[in-house]
Design a binder for this molecule. Sequence first.
Ligand code: NAD
Length: 479
Amino acid sequence: MTAYRNTQLYIDGTWTDGAQGRHIDVINPATAEVIGHVARAEGPDLRRALDAAARGFVTWSRTSPLERSDILRRAAGLLRERSTGIAALMTMEQGKPVGEAQVELAAAADVLDWMAEEGRRTYGRIVPARAPGVMQEVIRTPVGPVAAFAPWNFPVNQVARKVGSALAAGCSIIVKAAEETPASPAEFIRALADAGVPAGVVNLVYGVPAEISETLIADPVVRKVTFTGSTAVGKHLAALAGSHMKRATMELGGHAPAIVCADADLDRAVSLLAGAKFRNAGQVCIAPTRFLVERPVYDTFVSRFADVASALRVGDGLAEGTRIGPLANIRRVDMMETLVADAQAKGARLVTGGKRMGNTGYFFEPTIVADATPAMRAMNEEPFGPIALMAPFDTLDAAIAEANRLSYGLASYAFTGSGRSAALLRDGVRAGMLTINHIGLGLPEVPFGGIGDSGYGSEGGIEAVEAYLDTRFVTVRAY
Ligand code: NAD
């Protein structure tokens, strides 16, 4: 059994405590007990990280894409070898079932492998010239040192997407991972260091988020900002980045609609959507949230979904057989109670769940709220927890209108047996990602990102690497 480890900062190739020696407690959400601590970076630490990233950028941008690729692939291998121990750390600090933590680590290794290959393909192009002797070249060069802010829901994978694409493009990076879940991303960074990433190329800090983001984003060393988290914080950081004219990728909140038509394979829709809903106790930006079900199959869908939800075993993520762990922090439990109470007060029907569980830890029952309406807070605010909201619809147009009602536009889901309906959904649903008749989002090779209040930029596919490249044009007249 892995013991929990305290986490240090990683600056300029060295693991270190903060300059002032201060720490932040880490809590196991299954017990609400302090299990360790993480070093807190302050002004002098951030200065060292910035200077290291500036030097690291010189080193790494001059390292050949092939060598960068070899190192990233080696890190992916180390991550796979070490995944059992790292998964246990992740479960202790974040709560998710250890099997899910292992899946996350496998996905992070796949991200590194894919980015390693894609980094070798940052092609430019030659544009035919209008005059003889003229060469017109478009070249792609790494944008510079990056400041990355990653949240606690996928402690390793959110870091892997940012670090993988930045390193593949030739950038150095300073990562601020989540203070709630520091040990597992630190092991990810250790795998990169052990694989041969030179000192200064990757740096890891923790501390007071606002202090760190304000310092890093304003500093001239940093040329690109990437953030995953809530829309409110994302807007603030995007504005900071904008005020310094820095490139930014923002992967923010969502409120995914899941449209289920009467002609869909209902068993398949229930089983796949329930899996997607309750993964990571619903703390997933792409989790299906508003279930819009065509009226003739509405009651059946609600009751079958409730059967699945109430059979899921909730418990400590390290215990055998647990399907749903605790929520990551007490803020989420309080928010679940608030949203359920508000929905009930406004006429919703609580089909199953709705309450916190036990006296220790941050557990909340898998919850189904039926007959939800747009007047309810949960239908407008991202619940980010194990609540499925259900509402009937009569026409596909009405379902699409409800899907598009919010300013979010991250993931969306649909199940239908009709090709015509699938085409109408493809044309009509306004979201960065749409998956029809299966759960097909989040692979490294496909775009991952939102539109509207869900942010901009992509953390998957070729777009992910492009986000870390500048496009430059060079023309020479030879004669
Ligand atoms: P929050 O808004 O306080 O924080 C969200 C994330 O941003 C955290 O990781 C936090 O450390 C970071 N953060 C907060 N202020 C910051 C700042 N000034 N500079 C840099 N980073 C900062 O919310 P929370 O209670 O931690 O999480 C709940 C909400 O966050 C959810 O409702 C969800 O919308 C969102 N969230 C989204 C994702 C995602 O994958 N898109 C992940 C985690 C949280």
